[in-house]
Design a protein around this ligand. Structure first.
Ligand code: PMP
Length: 358
């Protein structure tokens, strides 16, 4: 029996793998440290805004996300026409690839990095050009610039990088951007920017202001804690921002998401407190792991990376047994989200036992 013909580009593209949920059979409490989520409940006023919006979900949402767009434009001091919202920043990332790259084109990014990059690149029919991270788990910007060809249409720079947490700093990024042709779009994916404390890491919005070929991706999923509501956005010049409005799924961002995002932006003091608490936990976890003898790359995100190689799967199983589910990348390493203090304590105990048994 014949089957519907599907595009050949889809052959071999993996489906996106979400982080595993907390173990159902753990002896004690179980925590999820596998998806870089925020452990805190919604910021003050956010649940109320979402519940109020829910009362009208028989209606379509505001297609243009007007209130959210205006709030973002004001906050970043950019024209509203330069703000484009979407279903999570992964949705906007896919729109950026669709807007720039098709068969015969190339999309350049570091590897390992965010696992959606190869998927959305290959779906568009473009070729993925993966440039290995350097020995310190950082973007190798010189090698990425060397990888640019006449077919390159888009370059992702994930800053901080998922899953390693490492950053590119201002001078190196500006040197890199100087080498990128003006007709190649550079997407600065700053999903974890709010957790950064290093003043040498540039704000992508500053770079966008000076360079028409730079777009910045941000999300409400991480620091703002709205992962389940799917709201992300880009700040980009025309004609990129206009292309994002064409490639958006109509009504993709729900009214719950839009109103919750606006309320989250207005809850800045509580946001900063939570981010500070998570950053303090990050410091504690990194120092404790280093004290146990692990090599931990410097992280500016809400997660840490352990390059475990062939011991990756065993480590993930040991963590899960201890009640903390982490994110293994088979044969490479484990990404551990910074969670609530008891979750981090369980993780540290599991890591210590694993280390002692080596
Ligand atoms: N970019 C990076 C680097 C990420 O790690 C993630 C989430 N894993 C995203 C984008 C997408 O997040 P969201 O779609 O929830 O905004």
């Amino acid at each position: 029996m014949s089957t519907p013909k599907l595009r050949a580009e889809l052959d071999g593209i993996p489906t996106y793998k979400p982080g595993r949920p907390p173990a159902a059979d753990a002896d004690g409490p179980a925590f999820k440290l596998s998806s870089n989520e925020n452990p805190y409940p919604p910021l003050p006023g956010v649940l109320e805004a979402a519940v109020a919006a829910a009362a009208e979900f028989n209606r379509y949402p505001d297609l243009a996300c007007s209130a959210l767009t205006e709030e973002l434009a004001k906050r970043f001091e950019v024209p509203t026409a330069h703000v484009a919202t979407g279903t999570g920043s992964v949705g906007v990332a896919q729109q950026l690839v669709q807007s720039t790259s098709g068969p015969g084109d190339e999309v350049v990014y570091a590897w390992r990095s965010f696992e959606a990059y190869p998927i959305i690149t290959r779906i568009s029919g473009a070729r993925a050009v993966q440039v290995p991270l350097d020995a310190d788990e950082r973007h190798d910007l010189d090698a990425m610039a060397d990888a640019i060809t006449g077919r390159t249409r888009l370059i992702f720079v994930c800053n901080p990088n998922n899953p390693t947490g490492t950053v590119v700093r201002r001078a190196a990024l500006e040197r890199f951007l100087d080498r990128v042709p003006a007709d190649v779009l550079v997407v600065l994916d700053e999903a974890y920017r709010e957790f950064g404390t290093d003043p040498e890491v540039p704000d992508g919005i500053d770079l966008y202001r000076e360079r028409p070929n730079v777009a910045v991706l941000r999300t409400f999923s991480k620091a703002y804690g709205l992962a389940g509501l799917r709201v992300g956005f880009a700040v980009a010049h025309e004609p990129v921002a206009a292309a994002l409005r064409k490639t958006a799924v109509p009504f993709g961002v729900s009214q719950l998401g839009q109103d919750a995002a606006v309320a989250s932006l207005r809850a800045e003091p509580a946001l900063l407190e939570r981010v500070a608490a998570l950053v303090a936990e990050r410091t504690r976890v990194v120092e404790a792991l280093a004290g146990q003898g692990w090599t931990v790359p410097e992280t500016q995100a809400n997660f840490v990376w352990l390059r475990l190689g062939e011991r990756t799967a065993d480590f993930a199983v040991a963590c899960e047994r201890a009640g903390t589910t982490v994110r293994p990348f088979a044969g490479e390493g484990v990404r551990i989200t910074i969670g609530e203090t008891p979750a981090n304590d369980l993780l540290l105990a599991a890591a210590e036992s694993f280390r002692k048994a080596l």
